[in-house]
Design a protein around this ligand. Structure first.
Ligand code: R2B
Ligand code: URA
Length: 309
């Protein structure tokens, strides 16, 4: 729409390369990204990925393929859909699709899975000499005190103690890292949501846990040794602390992207309201439609950034 003004990049935002923070990499004459089945001697990273400006990551391989096809169609990029093939077809750990300047990659479930993918993805972007990259996690989550189907744009990712921290165990020490996300990017995404009025979108804190069941205060796992009262007390305290949804990757995503100078955002749809229930019981079609909501938001962001809006 004409209401949108294009914002030129500021001086210090221009040509920002993706920074790896590892002095050992310089002395390696080849870098094999094992879990992506790509390597610097077997693949020409600058030719394959040098033009990437948007990286979208999400848990499910099928959803990330659907996202690439959706963006291809929405943005009207050249080439046929059949040309969009899994770049990581040599491994079934993760999948990766590229259309125009958009890279779509799956990360599996949980902190260890996304963290392995991010190490290799960030090195890929670095070897490819990509600059001014925006990275967004699109995902699902459990909502707290909000209508199912709402989309939460994360301002701060917090741990199970409601702290904006990620603790990485390195050798035998616990290293605490900040989980700050890009506030401007979150606002930009919220502005994009004003163009789609079909579902509620809000900015809030996102809690990241190490488990889906006991770790998210569910009463319906194979193990549970707490009462419904203690569950509700915990979730209500989380709500009072500003937390609006729970998922399983945001803290390490925010910490790693922050350290590597990547502008990062987390956009998750909520599948249920955890103050009401634990089981995800909505029909399949409803859940599928919910999962397209973050994708719609990102497609508006990309359109605006590429001046197509
Ligand atoms: C959201 O959904 C998955 C669990 O169902 C997990 O990857 C997450 O963060
Ligand atoms: N993903 C989560 O991590 N939790 C939920 O409740 C739903 C999706």
């Amino acid at each position: 729409s004409s209401r949108t003004t294009k914002q030129p990049l500021g001086i210090n935002q221009r040509n920002k390369f993706v920074h790896v923070k590892n002095p050992h990499l310089d002395s390696m004459d080849e870098d094999i990204l094992y879990h992506l089945d790509l390597g610097t001697k077997t693949h020409n990273f600058p030719a394959m990925f040098g033009d990437v400006k948007f990286v979208c990551v999400g848990g499910s391989p099928n959803r990330m393929k659907a996202f690439a096809l959706f963006i291809h169609k929405e943005l009207g990029f050249e080439g046929s859909e059949e040309d969009i093939q899994d770049i990581c077809a040599g491994t079934d750990r993760y999948c990766m699709y590229k259309t125009g300047p958009v890279l779509s990659i799956s990360h599996g479930m949980g902190i260890p899975s996304i963290s392995i993918m991010l190490h290799e993805l960030i090195k890929l972007l670095h070897h490819a000499k990509c600059c001014d990259v925006t990275i967004i996690r699109i995902g699902t989550s459990g909502g707290i005190g909000i209508e199912p189907g709402s989309v939460v744009i994360t301002d701060t990712a917090v741990n199970s103690f409601f702290k904006p921290q990620f603790e990485q165990i390195i050798l035998d020490t616990v290293v605490t890292r900040s989980t700050e996300l890009d506030k401007e990017l979150a606002e930009e995404l919220l502005n994009c949501s004003e163009e789609i009025r079909e579902f509620p979108t809000l900015i809030g804190h996102t809690m990241c846990t190490y488990d889906f069941y006991e770790g998210q205060g569910r009463l319906d796992g194979a193990l549970c040794f707490f009462s419904n009262e203690r569950k509700l007390d915990y979730l209500q305290r989380a709500y009072k602390a500003g937390i609006r949804n729970i998922e399983m990757e945001s803290t390490v995503f925010a910490a790693m992207c922050g350290l590597c100078d990547l502008k990062a955002a987390v956009v998750c749809v909520t599948l249920l309201n955890r103050l009401e229930c634990d089981q995800i019981s909505s029909p399949h079609e409803v859940l599928l439609e919910y999962q397209q909501r973050p994708q719609q938001l990102i497609s508006i962001l990309i359109k605006k950034r590429l001046g197509q809006h």
